[in-house]
Design a protein around this ligand. Structure first.
Ligand SMILES: [Zn+2]
Length: 403
């Protein structure tokens, strides 16, 4: 692969290897395009973000030609909702009788959360299965380059736990963002941004040698049980990991501070995942889900830099899962909210036709919103707000149920 800095375009394959199926893999760190080729500080944004703040819609579609297309609909909708909720859960690993997955079977919904993370720009917090990481346990060292000597340094330090703050990594260059104050990815971080979050080991707390990653072993060592970053590579059978963990949420929030990496400024954005359904023509979709007959799960992505900065965005994303393996497709739709929009606002418009507005949290009308004489508007959301300057001449119905 030719690595070019700047306005380059490339494709990267990311695999989710697991205890059930182990694969050789190519992986990138921190943000998906970060590394020796494009730069350690690269931050990757979802498709649609060009540096202007606001809501970035990311439409996820199931290719009608994919194996088990209909069975994927509920798991994919659950993950769309999970990503839109953007809330950290702990514990977020459930096994045996604590989940609805049959023994020996791999959960498609858990895979989908991980792969859609890649498809929106996130990389593995750990090295994962790749060239130069021969032994299984070494895959859990924190994501880094292999440094000037082209060889990873594997020393788990005094605590002998791989991936913790006392790992000695030689000249490996860290690619995993961490909170400067605590370097503890197993607990939540308020408002991550460049002032309190860093990739540079010079910003680590006193006495720490490397960025810790939120593997289940590291979190256990930090007294946070059954908790692991979703983006950690590795998924076993009978494993339910359908909720984001604190490190996943912090990474997304950091990325959503935009080009200036400062929260609360005009270039901040919110990712709004939209479930596009099962489609024969997926040309309008940002992320397409297909099946394959090899590997495990993978998101093929293309990207380009934004205005020749360290910031990149995804330009194409295809998530393929190996349909020849035995998967569990969760048949239970979560929380009843199946639409992609959390909040909607209608201002400065007049509706003179039939409109059905649906959101998981709230819909706000106004200022300057009018239902014209021929308008029939139905608003379905737990909170429907009629603001200043709202005029109803035709018909308006507010339904406070969850759509
Ligand atoms: Zn992965």
């Amino acid at each position: 692969m030719t690595m070019r800095r700047g306005r380059g375009v490339l494709s990267v394959q990311l695999f989710l290897g697991g205890a059930a199926v182990l694969l050789p893999a190519v992986a990138q760190g921190g943000s998906i395009f970060a590394g020796e080729g494009f730069g350690l500080d690269v931050i990757t944004h979802p498709s649609g973000y060009t540096g202007t703040g606001g809501v970035v819609n990311v439409e996820v579609c199931i290719d009608a030609a994919a194996a088990n297309a209909a069975s994927m609909a509920i798991p994919v909708q659950n993950i769309v909702l999970e990503l839109n909720n953007m809330t950290a859960s702990s514990p977020n690993l459930f096994f045996g009788l604590d989940n609805n997955i049959p023994a020996g079977v791999v959960d498609f919904e858990s895979l989908t959360l991980h792969e859609l993370g890649h498809c929106t720009g996130l990389a593995h917090p750990n090295l994962g299965f790749r060239m130069g990481v021969v032994e299984g346990a070494n895959t859990n060292f924190t994501q880094a380059t292999d440094g000037a000597d082209n060889m990873f340094a594997f020393d788990a330090g005094v605590d002998t736990v791989i991936g913790t703050s006392d790992d000695l990594r030689g000249d490996d260059q860290n690619l995993h963002w961490f909170e400067k104050l605590a370097n503890n990815p197993c607990i939540g971080v308020a408002n991550p941004q460049s002032s309190n979050y860093s990739r540079d080991v010079a910003d680590l707390p006193a006495g720490h040698d490397f960025a810790a990653n939120a593997s289940r072993d590291v979190c256990s060592a930090l007294s946070v049980a059954d908790t692991e970053a979703v983006m950690q590579q590795g998924q076993g059978s009978d494993e339910d990991q359908r909720s984001l963990q604190a490190d996943d949420v912090a990474t997304y929030r950091m990325v959503m501070t935009g080009l200036d990496e400062i929260a609360g400024t005009a270039d901040d954005y919110t990712i709004n995942m939209v479930y596009g359904g099962i489609k024969a023509d997926t040309s309008s979709c940002d992320i397409v889900i297909q099946s394959s007959t090899s590997g495990f799960g993978v998101c093929f992505i293309g990207g380009s830099s934004i205005s020749s900065t360290d910031h990149w965005r995804i330009t194409s994303a295809t998530f393929q899962y190996n349909s020849t393996l035995t998967w569990f497709f969760n048949p239970i739709l979560n929380s009843g909210c199946s639409v992609g929009d959390i909040d909607l606002t209608f201002a400065g418009v007049t509706h003179n036709n039939t409109q059905n507005h649906q959101a998981c949290n709230s819909i706000t009308y106004g200022p300057s919103y009018t239902v014209g004489a021929s308008g029939v508007v139905t608003a379905t959301a737990p909170s429907v707000i009629l603001g200043n300057g709202t005029t109803v001449i035709g018909q308006f119905t507010a339904d406070s149920s969850v759509p």
